[in-house]
Design a protein around this ligand. Structure first.
Ligand code: SF4
Ligand code: SF4
Length: 371
């Protein structure tokens, strides 16, 4: 199993990290413990030593289960990562209570990698003023947190603001060969590298989307390496970037565990030719997008409340990766005033869209399709 020494942290995690948010479940929705235990054991025996959980995963059951699973191994033989659920917390006292409960639930004296969960610009401004970071730094001094970082979901500007606010031990971003221009993106990767902040990567396979591409799009990958899974291409793309230290995979099946182990057991960075193949597949996927909306939001707010980029993002994701059921469920869940069918065709948005998109026509098409 490929491991990487991170000098800044004096830590040697496996490059493949076991994400414990999509463990196999029973028909009742509980963690299927015998299967999940066996998968964790298989990964551990193969050399995986980084296990990532969070307060919220598996309806708050993941931490307890992961703590129990890992308690069977020597404590210094693995790195345990978990996260403070910021969306639940609005005061220092609440943070302290949840954090202390997490150590208890996990059954450990310390956490190796502790993250502020799903931080964005607004949450960062709240957290940086309410003393939570200072409290966590005290905990780090006391040895109960080894490395302090954050997991991130927002745009590049927010990423830069948070990453440069202090000297973080590490951070976790969503990154894959399609998300090079969204969220922290490649610019965020470069910034973290420049600042010497090691990265843990989540969603390397974009929630599974890059493992199930249409065969037309995936043809160059299939032709070049017929024996390799599409997921392995996505994992290798991230793994070929040297500041992507740990690459998390939320594994649900035994097959995924085996496939990931095969990828990282004797890790092969992508060759120049393979990089070209990934770029061509990226182009092919982008070519399927419904509309070239960049999500810049210059068109917002719509005077009638339509969430223009939100409608386009959902339709683009469907056009590129499929998933009609999900698209329809999201449509049903949307506030009616924000849906494409609430557009009054006033045209205001089209006067400011830098991409000169035919917004009205496209919204009409979405509405027609989902009506
Ligand atoms: S054209 Fe439709 S989406 Fe655009 S501003 Fe007017 S009502 Fe909103
Ligand atoms: S202004 Fe145009 S590109 Fe920007 S979010 Fe609105 S529709 Fe998309």
């Amino acid at each position: 199993m490929q491991k990487t020494y991170i000098e800044k942290l004096n830590a040697t995690p496996s490059r493949l990290g076991f994400g414990c948010m999509r463990l196999p479940t029973t028909p009742q929705g509980e963690i299927d413990e015998p299967r999940a235990m066996a998968m964790i054991d298989r990964a551990y025996r193969a050399g995986v030593n980084y296990f990532d959980t969070a307060f919220f995963y598996h309806q708050r059951k993941s931490e307890e289960f992961v703590g129990r699973a890992l308690a069977r191994y020597p404590r210094d033989s693995f790195y345990l990562a978990t996260k403070l659920p910021l969306s639940l917390i609005h005061s220092l006292d609440e943070a302290k209570e949840i954090y202390r409960g997490q150590l208890k639930t996990l059954g450990v004296d310390y956490v190796d990698f502790y993250l502020l969960h799903a931080i964005n610009g607004a949450r960062w401004r709240e957290v940086s003023q309410n003393g939570i970071v200072d409290f966590l730094l005290e905990e780090q001094k006391a040895g109960r947190i080894r490395h302090l970082g954050f997991s991130f979901h927002d745009d590049y500007a927010a990423f830069e603001e948070i990453l440069t606010a202090r000297d973080w031990d590490f951070c976790q971003i969503q990154f894959n060969y399609m998300d090079v221009d969204t969220q922290a993106g490649m610019k965020g990767y470069e910034l973290a590298k420049r600042l010497g902040v090691p990265l843990v990567i989540m969603e390397p396979v974009k929630g599974g989307s890059l493992a199930t591409l249409g065969e037309d799009v995936a043809a160059p990958m299939r032709a070049a390496r017929p024996e390799k899974s599409l997921a392995s291409w996505a994992m290798r793309w991230v793994g070929s970037l040297d500041n992507c230290k740990v690459i998390l995979s939320g594994m649900t099946t035994e097959e995924q565990v085996e496939d990931n182990i095969a990828t990282f057991e004797h890790f092969e960075p992508l060759s120049a030719r393979e990089q070209e193949i990934v770029a061509s597949v990226r182009d092919a996927i982008r070519g399927k997008q419904f509309i070239a909306c960049t999500g810049c939001r210059y068109c917002m707010p719509c005077p009638f409340g339509v969430d223009i980029p939100g409608n386009f993002a959902r339709m683009n994701r469907f056009a590129m990766y499929g998933g009609e059921k999900r698209l329809r469920a999201e449509w049903e869940e949307m506030v009616p005033a924000e849906r494409a069918d609430a557009c009054r065709a006033c045209g205001k948005c089209e006067t400011v869209c830098p991409q000169a998109l035919h917004i009205r026509e496209s919204l009409r098409e979405i509405a027609k399709r989902l009506a």
